[in-house]
Design a binder for this molecule. Sequence first.
Ligand code: AQP
Length: 333
Amino acid sequence: TPRVFSGIQPSGNLHLGNYLGALKRFADAQEQGIESIYCMVDLHAITVWQDPADLARATRELCAGFIAAGVDPEKSILFNQSQVPEHTQMAWIFNCVARMGWMQRMTQFKDKAGKNAQNASLGLFAYPALMAADILVYHATHVPVGEDQKQHLELTRDIATKFNHDYGVDFFPITEPVIEGAATRVMSFRDGTKKMSKSDPSDMSRINLTDDADAIAKKIRKAKTDPDPLPDSLEGLQDRPEAMNLVNIYAALADLTPEQVIAEHAGQQFGTFKPSLADLAVAKLSPISTEMSRLMQDQGEIDRILGRGAERAREIATPILQKTYDIVGMIRS
Ligand code: AQP
C-alpha cells in the first residue's frame, strides 16, 4: 500500500518555494486519501546553528503553515521529528550502511558547508542518512519534494538497496521521489539562476508565507526581469530564467500549465503581467498568512497537535525499527 512521507525544516522564513514545491502538493495529495506523514524536521535544522527560541517558534509556525495550507492533522500525521526517537535510532543504523564517498558527493553539503568544509558539523555531513531514516522508518513508498531534494532521495534508495543486500532481506522499499508540477524549483526574485531559499540574506529574494498583501505585491513588482514581453510559446522562455520563473509561479498558483499561462498572456509586458501575478498571489497566499497568525495565537493547541501526531507516527515506526534491530542482530530482552 502506498504511504507518503515528507519533511520541512523549521529554520524560519517559510517561503513560496516551500509552499508550491511542498505544502500545496501535500494538501492536494491528502485529497487522494493516501496515508500521509508530514514532519517538521527540527533535528535536521540544527545541523546549522539555530537559536533555541527561534527554533521552537519556527517549528510551531511551520506546523501552522501546514494546517493553513490545507493539511488536516486529523487526516494526515503531523509532528516534529525530535518527538519520535525512532528517526535517530534508525539513522545510526544507516550511518553504518552509507559510505563516506556517497556523502561527499552530495551537492547540498558542498553548498552549505562552503569553502571551509572542515568547520561544518558532522550532522550536516550525515544529514542524508537521517533523511533516509525519516522516510524508511515508515516504509514510505512516495516522497513529494522539490527538485533540490532529488539527489538525497537517490541516496535513500541506495541505502535501502545496500541494507537489503548486506543483510539478505527484502525489507526496505525502494522509495519513489514525486517531483512534479510547474513549480518544483521556484527561483529567487533577485537571481533567476538560484533557488528561492530560506537562508538567502535578501528578504526581497523570496515571498514569505507570513508576508502581508502589500509585501507580496511589492516583491513581485520589484522582481528582476528582462525588458522583453512574454513570448507566444514556452520555447521563447528558454534563456530567460526570471521570466520562466514568474510564468511557472503563475501556473502553479492558478493550477494551470505553463503553456496555458503563456497562451493567455502572450505578448504582455511585465508591467501588465506582474500586477496580474501579484493579484493572484495575494488571493492565494494572504488567506494562508492570516490563518497562520490565527493558529499561532494558540500555542498549546499546536503543541497538542504535534504531540498527538508523534504518538500516531510512533505506532508505525516502532515495529519497523524493532524488525530492523532483529535483522541486524541486536538483542531485545
Ligand atoms: N525554491 C524551491 N522551489 C521548490 N521547492 C522548494 N523546496 C525548498 N526550496 C524550494 C522544497 O521545500 C521542502 C522543504 O525544504 P527544506 O526546508 O527541508 O529544505 P531546504 O531545501 O533546505 O529549504 P531552503 O528554503 O532552501 O532552505 P535553505 O536556505 O536552508 O537551504 C522540500 O521538499 C524542498 O524540496
